[in-house]
Design a binder for this molecule. Structure first.
Ligand code: ADP
Length: 448
């Protein structure tokens, strides 16, 4: 047993996901929650729970002092941050460790390095990982932006160094649009992250978003668990993810995996991480690294037969991986639909009380959700309410399974994106695996 008691510094489906892994390993769990989440499923299922503040996240799920106090009071010996909230906050990871607790995630220095996308790209460039062409560092002036754009050619993308969630990102299709993109990206970045440093990348016209899941034990053992194709996005946010990618050959995966694991070994990376790439014309270009468990991790678990959260717990407790790359096998195909409490056409948020909730089941079906009948989805947090994940022997079987699971699933009382997912699954281009990162925006526009 790696730990006696783990505090889960999160809410919703991911808090449940972590609780389930702990429970199966004989580890007790502590849930923390805001006053808006008193009746939430993660609070109901955890062995213990502590209220850490009022509904706004900055006063509760981002309240470091309250979370550390909750860990001290309950005698927890480790903290799992999940995704979002404090998961990529290097200062939080440092404070957790300074309090004698294990942080279930990477070393603070790596969280810090990858949190600054300019530093991350610089590190990857030195390690020989290919990048999207663009500025070598932060842009110091509009004049510099103009000159870099002249070199890489329009369209270009201005991106926030501290970016996340698609914010602080603006396209300029010609020199006439550059000044506006420069100004808006910096203003957004300043407002969202308190940091207006921006850099430039060539804006690729038809890439796929392909990312690689990695685990490292901190003793020099690094393995990858293949790729996820997350090209189905709206406003740079993922909606549907697949493992493996419908377009990637095994040899391409192996080559990328070898390059990435070598790089992470060199920097002494530890725990789980994901390297994100854009893939176009058979070329990979690194865009960023996420130093945490990701929303879409289940599709990897389904094809590799691995429990990534249990692996994170073992690694955080100082255990070695205990297996080699050659022992990681890929079976069949998995697809995940992110179901959010939003109107399926306008995407207006739709919090409120759920009437009937019925989850689909059967062979190869997994639902990660904190919903239950009668639960009131609070308006204060992320709108993700359920992840429907299916596994099939082939991609065609996975799609058929997803169609029948989406037909079985019921969430009434609130609007959800279930109808949108049902429509995507009927689309011949999706069925053929023929899509880029721009496909879903057009699909959504054509529906309304
Ligand atoms: P964030 O951290 O805000 O999510 P990312 O750098 O991960 O930002 O990019 C999010 C998405 O934006 C990518 O998955 C991709 O769809 C799109 N994107 C990012 N960089 C580029 C680029 N250079 N060209 C085209 N699309 C891009």
């Amino acid at each position: 047993m790696p730990f006696g008691k783990v505090l889960i510094a999160n809410r919703g489906e991911i808090a449940l996901r972590i609780h389930r892994a702990c429970q199966e390993m004989g580890i007790r769990t502590v849930a923390v929650h805001s006053t808006a989440d008193t009746t939430a499923m993660h609070v109901r299922l955890a062995d213990e729970s502590v209220c850490i503040g009022p509904p706004p996240a900055r006063d509760s799920y981002l309240n470091v002092a309250a979370i550390l106090s909750a860990a001290a009071i309950t005698g927890a010996d480790a903290v799992h941050p999940g995704y979002g909230f404090l998961s990529e906050n290097a200062n939080f990871a440092e404070m957790v460790e300074a309090h004698g607790l294990a942080f279930i995630g990477p070393r603070p220095e790596h969280i810090r390095m990858m949190g600054d996308k300019i530093a991350a790209k610089d590190a990857m460039r030195r390690l020989g990982v290919p990048l999207v062409p663009g500025s070598l560092g932060a842009l110091s002036s509009l004049e510099e932006a103009r000159s870099v754009a002249g070199e890489v050619k329009y369209p270009v993308l201005i991106k926030a160094a501290a970016g996340g969630g698609g914010r602080g990102m603006k396209v300029a299709r010609s020199e006439a649009e550059l000044e506006e993109a420069w100004r808006v990206a910096r203003t957004e970045a300043k407002a969202a992250f308190g940091d207006d440093s921006v850099y430039m990348e060539k804006y690729l016209d038809r890439p796929r978003h392909i990312e690689l899941q990695v685990l490292a034990d901190g003793y020099g053992n690094v393995v990858h668990f293949g790729e996820r194709d997350c090209s189905l996005q709206r406003r740079h946010q993922k909606l549907v993810e697949e493992a493996g990618s419908p377009v990637l050959a095994a040899a391409e995966r192996d080559a990328l995996g070898a390059q990435v694991t070598r790089a992470l070994k060199e920097i002494g990376y530890r725990n789980a991480g994901t390297l994100e790439f854009l893939w176009q014309d058979g070329q990979f270009a690194f865009i960023e690294m996420n130093t945490r468990l990701q929303v879409e991790h289940p599709v990897t678990e389904m094809v590799c037969g691995v429990d990534l959260v249990k692996e994170q717990l073992r690694i955080a407790a100082g255990e070695a991986l205990g297996y080699a790359q050659s022992e990681v096998r890929f079976h069949g195909h998995a697809i995940e639909c992110r179901i959010t409490a939003e109107h399926p056409e306008t995407f207006a948020p739709s919090p409120g009380r759920v009437g009937t909730y019925h989850a689909p089941g059967g062979l190869g079906v997994r639902v990660d959700s904190a919903l239950y009948s009668g639960y009131a989805v609070p308006p204060h947090y992320d709108s993700l309410v359920a992840k429907l994940i299916v596994h099939g022997a082939t991609r065609a079987e996975a799609i058929a399974r997803l169609r029948r699971s989406l037909a079985e699933m019921v969430v009434d009382g609130i609007e959800t994106t279930l109808p949108l997912h049902r429509a995507i699954m009927e689309d011949p281009e999706f069925q053929a695996g023929d899509y880029t990162i721009h496909w879903l925006e057009r699909f959504v526009a054509n529906r309304t």
